[in-house]
Design a protein around this ligand. Structure first.
Ligand code: NAD
Length: 365
């Protein structure tokens, strides 16, 4: 199998974590006898510096011509004062829209070795394994009219039936392979747009009667994720609420540096860590590469249907954490403070070892 992957490392720590993920992917590809061809392109602030825009048509064409895309992160303080359409973050919105990526999948799994890294009590966290399905193409991010003047600012929250239907289906399908529970999160007590969301989700649910569907207001959901995260299996939600809830879920897992994501459409797929470009630690070898490596594992699972490779990468991450390797963001006393490269090297070593043990039947998935 020959696969083309467009790499969009971006700004800040983006290039550091993407490079680590690529090293892991190369090792996995060799073991599983596939050929990966990488095509690296600019996005975000670095693209603005070279081309005057955060995303060029050439980069979009490279993405259209690939089997999957791996993105690092975009943004930095030096571009914060640019007009909205030239800001690095505008590239992400444009890219997601151009590729028709309508589902953002963010798993939040608590690794047992990291229970102490979270600000929550271990007994509340232990066993948490939830997944957030965030809608990506609608909501206040894209609705018109939008703008601001000296007296007021305004955005438009809008959802179309087809947008709600397709993500609801994705979430119900995923729940079927998990614990068969979907919590749809909205703000239907206040927002008309959310009332519409809820109505359509329930209509779609008629075809998924084996799945238990419940509704929750977003303010309550934010509280419940912190109070008792184990109650959730699949959380289905609008773009804006998903943006915020997934960061809350990030903190219960210990660090933003641990959270991967996949954005899927009918034709294209983009994988990226949830965290941003972390300008405060960029270029210092301090970035946690595990979210990016885990995003690469999701690529193997969702785009290449190589779930075994994905599980072995995840197992290698788990083992690396169990051995005590930690970047500063998840460091705790008695663990080993490691750089981005040291963590990546440990993941590769563990991957190779687990692969061999698996081949011999010593390690089972
Ligand atoms: P951030 O995620 O970049 O950083 C928040 C905090 O978490 C920082 O202290 C950072 O050091 C830490 N952190 C994040 N990722 C880490 C990792 N892998 N390892 C260790 N520590 C990590 O969020 P921010 O500071 O709000 O934003 C910085 C820039 O990133 C802004 O320009 C923002 O717009 C952009 N951003 C981009 C994306 C994206 O590209 N998808 C997402 C969020 C923010």
């Amino acid at each position: 199998m020959n696969l083309k992957i467009t790499l969009l490392p971006g700004d800040g720590i983006g290039p550091e974590v993407v490079s680590a993920a690529v090293d892991v992917m190369k090792v996995a590809a060799e073991k599983f006898n596939i050929t990966l061809a990488f095509n690296e392109q600019l996005i975000g602030g670095c693209s603005y510096e070279k081309n005057g825009v955060p995303l060029t048509e050439e980069v979009l064409r490279a993405c259209y011509d690939s089997d999957a895309i791996l993105l690092g992160a975009v943004g930095g303080y030096q571009w914060d004062t640019l007009p909205q359409n030239l800001k690095p973050e505008a590239a992400l919105l444009k890219l997601r829209k151009a590729l028709g990526l309508f589902t953002n999948i963010r798993p939040a799994k608590v690794y047992s070795s990291l229970l102490s890294s979270s600000s929550l009590k271990p007994e509340i966290l232990k066993g948490t394994d939830l997944i957030i399905f965030r809608e990506l193409t609608g909501d206040v991010y894209f609705g018109e009219p939008r703008g601001f003047d000296d007296e007021k600012g305004w955005n438009t929250m809008i959802y179309h039936r087809f947008e709600v239907e397709r993500i609801a289906k994705s979430a119900f399908e995923a729940a079927r392979k998990r614990s068969k529970r979907v919590t749809s999160v909205d703000k239907a007590n206040v927002l008309d747009c959310s009332q519409f969301w809820r109505k359509v989700v329930h209509e779609v649910h008629k075809d998924y009667q084996d799945i238990t569907l419940s509704d929750m207001y977003v303010d309550n959901a934010a509280m419940q994720i912190v109070r008792d995260p184990k109650q959730f299996d699949v959380i289905l939600t609008q773009n804006l609420f998903g943006d915020i809830l997934s960061d809350i879920a990030a903190m219960i897992t210990g660090s933003l540096g641990m959270l991967p994501s996949a954005s899927l459409g009918a034709k294209y797929a983009l994988y990226e860590p949830v965290h941003g470009s972390a300008p405060d630690i960029a270029g210092q070898g301090k970035a946690n590469p595990l979210a990016a490596i885990s995003s690469a594992a999701m690529m193997f699972a969702y785009s290449f249907q190589m779930s075994k490779a994905a599980k072995l990468i995840e197992a290698a991450i788990d083992k690396t954490l169990n051995m005590g390797y930690r970047t500063a963001d998840i460091y705790s006393p008695n663990s080993i403070l490691a750089s981005t490269a040291q963590v990546k090297d440990a993941v590769i070593e563990n991957f190779n070892q687990i692969y061999d043990e698996h081949a011999l039947g010593v390690f089972t998935l």
